[in-house]
Design a protein around this ligand. Structure first.
Ligand code: NDP
Length: 306
């Protein structure tokens, strides 16, 4: 147990799940006095043995906070439940709970009504990357820039800091946008392995290496989409046009059929290409699909699992 007095900013952390515990360990390792609270009390015990103080309640943790109050809970509803009854007047609230942009904006307004400053964060890391600067893990932050400036040292002790503006919804938006891109990539990987998986003579480890290299080589296409999207000319600097790609899709679908693979993960994207070409935009690059998609709200049946 640490008994020496620290000169570092004290941190109050609500939520000791996998991510909260990783944050707690990193702050303790960096020498920040730490007060923790978790709905299920036993999770604080190992941290108390290593120098943290366990608060009796979330309200007590907030009342005694002399530094940032960090939340790392399951979802936005659990943030509301946890802070219900806590006096937030004059407190600096940093919410690292994953949520939607609208939830973050509402939570910022809710915190302001209660006299608190508010910063929202989206964690781009998994727990083993926390407190490990070489891992490349970072957190998107948006909201009160003064709060970030005041507590930057505290926040940098757990992960890199990437401030994306004063709109409190933007950290969640960047977070979910990156994770959505990742989801599409994993869908493509799943389809690729399904195509080759039934082949007896095929070396899956070799295939996996080639697949990974190919995706890394293609990833810069994402960077190249920023300029045409900002300028509105989707024919600018095109190396592979939509008409060519839409034609290639027929071969991809025929191969899926030959290999008895359900093409369902790819078809909606291919359909978007077909529609853009049919509208007379076959000379555009992939950025031309963005405005087409952005005008298409999800069907009601795709609203989520919960
Ligand atoms: P866990 O499921 O491990 O922990 C969830 C935490 O939320 C626990 O402390 C749990 O308390 C608490 N909780 C759930 N419901 C309530 C409630 N109604 N009231 C009070 N507390 C509640 O999740 P993680 O720690 O992994 O994730 C925390 C946040 O970090 C999430 O928003 C997640 O999206 C985000 N994140 C996680 C990553 C990861 O890889 N783990 C990566 C990036 C972001 P109890 O112990 O009592 O159940």
């Amino acid at each position: 147990m640490h008994t020496e007095t620290s000169t570092k900013t004290p941190v109050t952390l609500l939520g000791l799940g996998d991510m909260g515990t990783a944050l707690a360990r990193a702050w303790l390792a960096a020498g920040h006095p730490l007060t923790v609270w978790n709905r299920t009390p036993g999770k604080a015990d190992p941290l108390v043995r290593d120098g943290a103080r366990a608060a009796a309640s979330a309200a007590e943790a907030v009342a005694s906070a002399a530094g940032p109050v960090v939340l790392c809970l399951l979802d936005d509803a659990s943030v509301g439940e946890t802070l219900d009854g806590a006096d937030l007047t004059g407190k600096d609230v940093v919410n690292l709970t994953t949520g939607t942009p609208a939830q973050a904006r509402r939570r910022a307004g809710w915190a302001a009504e209660r006299g608190a400053r508010f910063l929202d964060g989206g964690i781009m890391a998994v727990p083993p990357m926390i407190g490990q600067p070489e891992s490349g893990g970072y957190v998107f932050y948006s909201g009160d820039p003064d709060l970030l400036a005041r507590h930057r040292e505290v926040l940098e002790a757990v992960a890199g800091v990437e401030f994306v503006g004063a709109d409190p919804g933007h950290a969640a938006l960047y977070d979910v946008a990156l994770l959505s891109a990742m989801t599409g990539m994993f869908a493509g990987i799943t389809h690729a392995f399904a195509l080759v998986g039934g082949e007896k003579e095929l070396d899956l480890a070799r295939f996996a290496g080639l697949l990974t290299e190919w995706l890394a080589a293609m990833a810069p296409a994402g960077q190249e989409m920023a300029a045409p999207l900002a300028g509105g000319d989707h024919t600018e600097g095109v190396t592979s046009n939509l008409a060519m790609m839409a034609a290639a899709n027929d071969t991809f679908l025929a191969t899926a059929r030959e290999q008895a693979v359900d093409p369902g993960l790819l078809v909606p994207y291919m359909e978007l290409m077909r529609r853009r070409v049919a509208q007379g935009h076959g000379d555009e690059g992939l950025s031309g699909l963005v405005p087409l998609l952005a005008s298409q709200p999800a069907p009601a049946t795709w609203q989520g699992n919960r």
